[in-house]
Write a protein that binds this ligand. Structure first.
Ligand SMILES: Cc1cc2nc3c(=O)[nH]c(=O)nc-3n(C[C@H](O)[C@H](O)[C@H](O)COP(=O)(O)OP(=O)(O)OC[C@H]3O[C@@H](n4cnc5c(N)ncnc54)[C@H](O)[C@@H]3O)c2cc1C
Length: 367
């Protein structure tokens, strides 16, 4: 039996960013079922930080996180495009950018097409260019948290799949394929499996819904260096498109198909839809999909993160529901989660930005 002060279940960005903070306050062990961290959602993102998703709370978390994200990111513009019928949605998105003080500008459609020359005129009747968005190095983020955890005497145990959780007196006992671990505090950062972990511990689930998202990769137009192309995203339904190196593009139709927790794989139909949406809106002809993948974005019923102590289960802390924004909100969310786990006051800057513990508490979901 390995004893710790805090055991975290899940070696993705949620668990690792929190573990690095908690390790300054006691002995921390992170249990990861796979043979390496970041195997599931955290290894499958497109690694971008922008204001084009979520609602006010998620965007506030993003704004609070951007300064810390800069350590493992480069500035890369985001171009939000609207068709003729989507002007109101683009106006609303521009307001959001202005509220958060983002360095953005409305640009003319021909200016947008100068940035992304393949865009068809009908796909881009109006455009918003955000200079404040970031291309993240998500692998560097994960590795930096692991290094930080270890530098503070914490441990990441991979291949430790949790199969049972019981509470004995003041202590949680966690059974894994790598032995038993015990701590008075356990954190559920198991992503798509968060409800499964709750059930093991006899804790009320929050109704987490994993949703599959597919990404395709294909060759850029012959001889075109696309590295300077912005991350290009339709307002509302459509697609996003972004460069990956000199001659490669990534795209997604922003699919979100409900799924059981699993090792998600891309499906033929989703690949075809992504390619079709790109071809409809651009002059690109996608002759061959070089590579595709899928990952699960996990949402609570209200699509907000779930951070806080479970009712009636002392020492059981939720850190789940990071949806499609787990990296871009990790710096702020991990501070909120650390304060919940340690029983410390809610972070002052988060409160000053209008956030409050109740917004994240599992109690709002009856858990
Ligand atoms: C296609 C795609 C694009 C995305 N793009 C972006 C983006 O541009 N920007 C952004 O901010 N976010 C993006 N996201 C979202 C982001 O990737 C997620 O929000 C984030 O990775 C969630 O992290 P997590 O740690 O909660 O989950 P995960 O990374 O899934 O980690 C949970 C871990 O728990 C482990 N686990 C589960 N059950 C057990 C068990 N019984 N025992 C031990 N371990 C267990 C799993 O093995 C897993 O490693 C994207 C996601 C996808 C799929």
């Amino acid at each position: 039996m390995q004893q710790a002060d805090m055991v975290l279940i899940g070696g993705g960005i949620a668990g690792l960013s929190l573990a690095a903070r908690l390790a300054r306050h006691g002995r921390v062990v992170v249990l990861e079922g796979e043979s390496a961290p970041g195997y599931h959602a955290s290894g499958r993102s497109v690694a971008f930080a922008h204001y084009g998703l979520g609602e006010r709370i998620v965007r506030t978390l993003t704004a609070l996180s951007l300064p810390d994200l800069a350590a493992h990111a480069v500035r890369h513009p985001a171009l939000h495009i609207a068709s003729a019928g989507q002007a109101a949605a683009l106006d609303a998105l521009e307001d959001v950018h202005r509220q958060f003080g983002s360095d953005c500008a409305r640009i003319m459609p021909d200016e947008a097409r100068a940035l992304v020359p393949v865009l068809k005129p009908e796909a881009c009747a109006a455009a918003l260019l955000d200079h404040g968005s970031l291309k993240l190095d998500t692998n560097a983020m994960l590795q930096a948290h692991v290094a930080d955890l270890r530098a503070h005497s914490g441990d990441l145990v991979c291949g430790a799949r949790v199969s049972a959780i019981r509470r004995y007196g003041e202590v949680w006992r966690v059974t894994t394929s790598k032995g038993h671990f015990a701590a008075p505090i356990i954190v559920n950062a198991a992503g798509a499996w968060a409800d499964e972990i709750a059930r093991m511990a006899g804790v009320t689930p929050i109704g987490i819904e994993p949703r599959r998202r597919t990404v395709i990769s294909f060759a850029a137009p012959e001889g075109e260096d696309v590295r300077a192309w912005p991350f290009t995203k339709t307002v509302g339904e459509g697609f996003y498109l972004l460069p990956e190196g000199r001659g490669q593009l990534l795209a997604s139709s922003m699919d979100q198909t409900p799924s059981a927790p699993c090792d998600a794989a891309s499906e033929e139909l989703d690949i075809a839809i992504a390619a079709d949406r790109v071809e409809q809106a651009t002059t690109l002809a996608i002759r061959r999909i070089r590579h595709s993948w899928a990952g699960l974005r996990s949402f609570a019923p209200d699509e907000l993160p779930v951070i806080g102590n479970a009712a009636g289960a002392p020492g059981f802390v939720w850190c789940a529901g990071q949806g499609g924004f787990g990296f871009q909100t990790a710096p702020a969310l991990s501070r909120i989660a650390a304060s919940a786990a340690l029983g410390l006051p809610f972070p002052e800057d988060c409160a000053a930005a209008g956030l409050a513990p109740e917004m994240f508490s599992p109690a709002r979901l009856g858990a």
